[in-house]
Design a protein around this ligand. Structure first.
Ligand code: CA
Length: 340
């Protein structure tokens, strides 16, 4: 099957090869009960000038993560194309149905876009959107910046994220770009080995890849948004698409962490979770991490949960209510070795 064939169904108001700033949309047909020949209209902006790399900037892969989309919207409105050497392709609300619904997953098909790469051009709307990014955008890109936050269920220490790759040259290139973001911590995240993420697909396609996690809790964090605004410009200056004066001076040496296979503390019962530590606290494997309380049965002793890794508390679940398997806490472990 020709994967690109179906992408001819997509219409776009922007021309990737035209210089200047085009703030527009691409439209993916969606035929439903009350809209037979309708479409999902997804924001797409191209800003291009002179020669230089093409950088794809994604936000809204999850629809309840806001710092990235806000920072990208500001850049779209503020950036003078004359300051560029290269091309920026913005998809700040890529999973538009999820963004409109303020949900992690799309209300159309309930699919998590970041577990659906490389997408399916003949699949559901979310699978088709992933296929558009993978099949149409990645082949014309040199670098990919994917701006995530913790979303409704998690709060995460604002951080820059590295996608693990086995090639040491590509790793060094990614590490340099991620370091340029200038977050206080850098975390290697392999999403438990899942290759179906946007950053894993971009790395597979050979692009330089930068990820983030910017707070979360379904809110807009003042500190994380400020970091995200600076970080995106810093990376674009590092990639030499923006002039060096648009970068901020580096603040500090970032600390390096990785999420190990034992990073996650999962609920083991049905109840209300009480965490014992604030984000950033140093914790150790075997240490008491929190308790699950049984509010309808006060005579029952709470169940204790323990950490399984040494490191810092990197992320914490936001809703108190938990069921078995819910991710309550995530520990990031100090990292110094190879990511492969
Ligand atoms: Ca996310």
């Amino acid at each position: 099957m020709d994967r690109n064939r179906t992408m001819k169904m997509v219409s776009s108001t922007v021309d990737f090869d035209r210089p200047g700033k085009q703030v527009g949309f691409f439209s993916l047909p969606l035929s439903v009960h009350d809209d037979a020949w309708g479409a999902v209209r997804v924001p797409l902006t191209v800003i291009s000038n002179g020669s230089g790399p093409t950088v794809i900037l994604e936000g809204g892969n999850h629809g309840d993560e806001y710092e990235g989309p806000i920072a990208l919207g500001e850049l779209i409105r503020e950036l003078d194309p004359g300051r560029l050497s290269g091309r920026l392709i913005f998809i700040p609300a890529i999973n538009l149905p999820a963004v409109v619904a303020a949900r992690r997953t799309s209300p159309i098909d309930e699919i998590n876009m970041n577990r659906s790469f490389p997408g399916d051009p003949f699949g559901t709307t979310t699978q088709q959107l992933a296929a558009y990014v993978n099949d149409v955008l990645f082949p014309i890109g040199d670098a990919f910046i994917d701006l995530h936050s913790g979303g409704s269920s998690l709060d995460i220490i604002p951080s820059a994220v590295i996608e693990p790759v086995s090639d040491p040259v590509k790793h060094a290139r990614n590490l340099a770009a991620v370091t340029a973001f200038d977050a206080p911590i850098i975390v290697v995240i392999d999403n438990r080995g899942d290759p179906r993420t946007a950053t894993a697909s971009a790395a597979q396609a050979g692009l330089t890849v930068v990820g983030t996690e910017m707070a979360g809790a379904g809110a807009v964090s003042i500190e994380a948004l400020s970091l995200c605004r600076r970080g995106v410009r810093n990376v674009l200056a590092h990639l030499q698409v923006l002039p060096p004066e648009m970068a901020s001076p580096p603040t500090s040496e970032p600390r390096h962490y990785a999420l190990s296979a034992s990073a996650h503390v999962l609920a083991e019962d049905d109840g209300v979770f009480e965490a014992l530590h604030r984000l950033g606290t140093e914790v150790h494997a075997g240490e008491l991490a929190g308790r699950i309380h049984f509010l309808a049965n006060p005579g029952r002793t709470p169940v204790e949960l323990h950490y399984h890794a040494d490191g810092i508390l990197y992320s914490r679940r936001q809703p108190g209510r938990v069921r078995p398997g819910n991710c309550c806490l995530v520990v990031a472990s100090p990292y110094s070795g190879s990511v492969a």
